[in-house]
Design a protein around this ligand. Structure first.
Ligand code: ZN
Ligand code: ZN
Length: 349
């Protein structure tokens, strides 16, 4: 399909040596370049020092934005905050920091909201508890690290250590459910995160092994952002970051697991008698309204309306007839594995 959109593929939620990651930001950016990523959004724990040190900007073809990951005093309610020049003051109470991020002109995403891992005491879960807030802008609906840890048991840890990409299967159903629910009221973007640290995890005895190399993780959960304007039109990386941020906040994005294939070129849009609406947009319902899905390869697409699955269909270029308004999104499966999650298109009365 031909459209005017530019597509930028990147990875969100990464830790560097500014907190508990194992590599520097320039090193991580060069690894991202090796696997053809267009952008990285860094999120070190509780610090924006990297931004003050001037590490935001272009590294070859990779645009690096620096946000940070906030947590409360019980180490719960992890929040990925961006477009801030300094850290917010209140870091004890999540309802406060979520609001302060917004009031300081920033925005934020709930990180790994339904984390439940419990198999290994040393790595406890860090779930989100503050769903009533109106101030968060997005939800990390798929977190590579949480899912890997959650499925970990003493029986399968060897297999999982040596197959970090195969072990990633799907987002949690309850996270998707909450995401669909909050979207009935307002736009809340779904993003993918990897929580990359490049860590050496000592999972047994004396052996430590680097199971989460940045390069491996960068080939898992990616967030694709669609923009009307291309990046690098000016020499100003801040303008480029703003283009990415604005489109992400407008839900002009989808998530893919690169393990199942390169999802570049996926498109999901609605068409009525008068106009076309891309992912994240809204459009008025009329009797001709239908949804289009274009895929880079044949796969199975599930169409979801207001959180309920309507139909699934196999193919590369699909058209779904729509008979009522609602918030629509698609999930695409390749060889029975979840591959692509779109954000919602809002079809209004
Ligand atoms: Zn976290
Ligand atoms: Zn993290």
């Amino acid at each position: 399909m031909h459209d005017q959109l530019h597509e930028y593929v990147g990875v969100i939620h990464i830790h560097s040596t500014y907190s508990d990651g194992s590599r520097s930001i320039p090193d991580i950016a060069s690894i991202a370049g090796e696997v053809d990523l267009d952008y990285l959004l860094m999120t070190d724990h509780n610090t924006l020092q990297a931004k003050r040190d001037g590490l935001e900007g272009w590294y070859g073809g990779v645009l690096v934005g620096v946000g940070y990951e906030i947590n409360d005093e019980n180490d719960l309610n992890h929040y990925l905050a961006f477009r801030l020049d300094k850290e917010v003051k209140n870091f004890h109470n999540p309802s406060e920091y979520v609001r302060q991020v917004q009031e300081s002109g920033g925005f934020g995403f709930i990180a790994h909201p339904d984390e439940k891992r419990s198999a290994i005491k040393k790595y406890p879960p860090y779930p989100w508890t503050l769903w009533e807030s109106d101030y968060f802008n997005g939800i990390e609906i798929w977190n590579q690290m949480s899912e890997w840890m959650e499925g970990l048991t003493n029986l399968n840890k060897y297999w999982r250590v040596f197959n970090p990409r195969k072990a990633i299967v799907s987002p949690q159903k309850e996270t998707l459910k909450k995401w669909d629910e909050v979207n009935l009221d307002r736009k809340v973007v779904g993003i993918g995160g990897v929580d990359a640290h490049g860590h050496i995890y000592k999972l047994w005895g004396l052996f430590g092994i680097t199971i989460f190399r940045y390069k491996v993780l960068f080939k898992t959960i990616r967030t694709h952002i669609l923009t009307d304007r291309p990046l690098m039109e000016s020499k100003d990386y801040k303008q480029d970051l703003n283009i990415l941020y604005e489109n992400l906040l407008n839900c002009r994005s989808f998530i893919s697991n690169h393990y199942s294939g390169d999802a570049r070129g996926f498109r999901f849009y609605a068409q009525n008698r008068k106009k076309r609406a891309q992912i994240g947009d809204k459009i008025e319902f009329d009797k001709r309204t239908h949804l289009h899905v274009n895929l880079p390869k044949t796969a199975i697409t599930h169409l979801i309306r207001n959180g309920e699955k309507l139909v699934s269909q196999k193919g590369k270029n699909l058209i779904f007839e729509i008979n009522k308004p609602g918030i629509y999104r698609v999930e695409v499966y390749y060889l029975n594995r979840p591959w692509i999650y779109s954000n919602h298109i809002r079809i209004t009365d």
